[in-house]
Design a protein around this ligand. Structure first.
Ligand code: IPM
Ligand code: MN
Length: 357
């Protein structure tokens, strides 16, 4: 049987960038079966739930999910289960995609695209490991109430030790393949969940005597990320801290449009580990449909998919080298400078380099 990829383009720039990633995949791996299904606002607009049953069924039988993005302004203010984002919430929860891996790299030639000084970001290579199925996103109670005639709302940050142990192991295992340094981020001066987090991560660290562990408070981490980002190798943190710091870290790379991500769980199949791969940029409705979105994050997400879910390291490297070469040769999308290529022209440039290697 051919390896199957569930392609869920979603909203905003999602379809534009995923289309290019699929074109790239078709060059490197013509044997893949890529099947598309609606998700998020694209599904809601068609009168379906954010994650339609048929889309979920496709994901169930796929080796991996290539995801675009979800979110549309017309759903702002609606309850979570009527919003496009609910699809991602359900996929993460129901496929137990607890480990979100977000590599942050500054490509050579793009140092000047960052708002930080080039000498601060040049050569930056760190990875954020974000816990993705717990914490304040999922804790109960989570609701709006009227108490004594006053509108109130509550979200709950809740963690169980096994959830912290497994995400810590993802971070330590990853660090072993890199510079053997983990920074755990928490808010232990205020939050009980953070005091548990720090204790558990410290305990897990004993299994990895070869890996250096530091702890940082999240506010300090936010500051250090812009002060001296190259001090970091692997950073591990709870769900919402990871959401926020990964967008901050994305800016170090010059554009959020260059950063891929993998969301991994415990499911495995004959070829590797099941996962969901997506650009971290979101749907960017302001530039959707203009053909100017940067497809790099989606293309690099496809590379991560090959590596982790299909065990195809060679294919992944081929794509990553082609993207590097494209930037090194001066190609840019509008988020990165001028003269700018369109989404498709940039992908064409990557494909041309793939075909010549
Ligand atoms: C992300 C996104 C999502 C999140 C949204 C779309 C629900 O911002 O993947 O970082 O907050 O996790
Ligand atoms: Mn986010």
């Amino acid at each position: 049987m051919k390896p199957t990829i569930a392609v869920l383009p979603g909203d905003g720039i999602g379809p534009e960038v995923v289309r290019e990633a699929v074109r790239v995949l078709a060059i490197v791996r013509p044997d893949l079966e890529c099947s598309e299904a609606p998700v998020g606002g694209a599904a809601l607009r068609a009168g379906l739930p954010a994650l339609p049953d048929a889309t979920r069924a496709l994901c169930e039988r796929a080796d991996a999910i290539l995801f675009g993005s979800v979110g549309l302004p017309e759903y702002d203010g609606k309850p979570l289960d009527a919003r496009p984002e609910y699809a991602l919430f359900l996929l993460r929860r129901d496929f137990e995609l607890f480990a979100n891996v977000r590599p942050v790299r500054v490509f050579s030639g793009l140092e000047f695209a960052s708002t930080l000084k080039p000498e601060i970001v040049s050569g930056l290579d760190c990875t954020i490991v974000r816990e993705l199925t717990g914490g304040i996103y999922y804790g109960q109670p989570k609701e709006q109430r009227v108490v004594d005639g006053v509108e109130c709302a509550v979200d709950t940050m809740y963690y169980r030790t096994p959830e912290i142990e497994r995400i810590a192991r993802v971070a330590f295992d990853l660090a072993r393949t890199r510079r053997s340094h983990v920074t755990s981020v928490d808010k232990q001066n205020i939050l009980e969940t953070s005091r548990l987090w720090r204790r558990v991560v410290t305990r897990v660290a004993a299994e990895y005597p070869d890996v250096r562990l530091d702890h940082l408070l999240v506010d300090t981490a936010a500051m250090q990320l812009v002060r001296n980002p190259r001090a970091f190798d692997v950073m591990v943190m709870e769900n919402m801290f990871g959401d926020i710091l990964s967008d901050e870290a994305a800016m170090l790379a010059g554009s959020i449009g260059t950063l891929p991500s993998a969301s991994l769980g415990t499911r495995t199949h004959a070829r590797g580990r099941f996962g969901l791969y997506e650009p971290i940029s979101g749907s960017a409705p302001d530039i959707a449909g203009k053909g100017i979105a940067n497809p790099t994050a989606a293309i690099l997400s496809a590379a991560m998919l090959l590596r982790t879910s299909l065990g195809d390291e060679a294919g992944a490297l081929r794509i990553e080298r082609a993207v590097e070469a494209t930037f090194a040769d001066g190609a840019r999308t509008v988020d990165l400078g001028t003269p700018a290529s369109s989404t498709t022209a940039f992908a064409d440039a990557v494909i041309a380099r793939l075909q010549s290697t």
